[in-house]
Write a protein that binds this ligand. Sequence first.
Ligand code: FMN
Length: 194
Amino acid sequence: MTQLLDADALDLTRVRDHVWTGLSRAVGDQASPMRTPVLATVDMNGAPQARTVVLRAVDAEGWRVFWYTDIRAPKVAHLRGDARASLAFHDPVERMQWRLSGRTCIRSGDANAAAAWAALSQVSRRNYRTQLPPGTAMPLPGDGIPVDAGEGETGRDRFAVIELVVGTVDWLWLHPGGHRRARFTRDAATWLTP
Ligand SMILES: Cc1cc2nc3c(=O)[nH]c(=O)nc-3n(C[C@H](O)[C@H](O)[C@H](O)COP(=O)(O)O)c2cc1C
């Protein structure tokens, strides 16, 4: 669950720290709804595309967040065409939403990707072993992983870490005593009309 905030003692610094602490905690908390945000990208036709990803790492000091993907996935092509992205996080119990927007960097075949791959479980590594790229049509339902796909390092060449360098954080809390909203950049913060 998201860390509780005191509605009567809100200040902008406290809210900003709450978001970044909450993001860092969500990475290691399988039960947290903030661990699975919705990622929005812009496709080659300028159309919005949204899907769920797993938040894998947070650099609160550097205002960066990270998730993993298959380098062949359509979302990677979107980000190559337009590096802008937005991540929407929602805690339905707290009725809180965090929207992180910024520019992405695709890391594949570098030291960051190698370190993340090394720490990945065998179960998670299977996600990168489909024969055909994610989203390819199939005649029958299936996971797309060949029976002889192999183990160990198989899939490593398709594995990518996506880094979002956060430019703006939009925080919204639907509270019974009155909704609250704020926007943060690295060097500015303001309350907003909810
Ligand atoms: C709970 C959940 C977590 C997911 N996590 C990821 C993820 O971390 N990375 C990823 O590429 N896709 C993840 N997916 C799948 C994506 O939502 C999406 O369906 C898939 O990646 C294809 O997206 P694309 O065609 O826009 O590239 C997840 C889906 C669910 C339901």
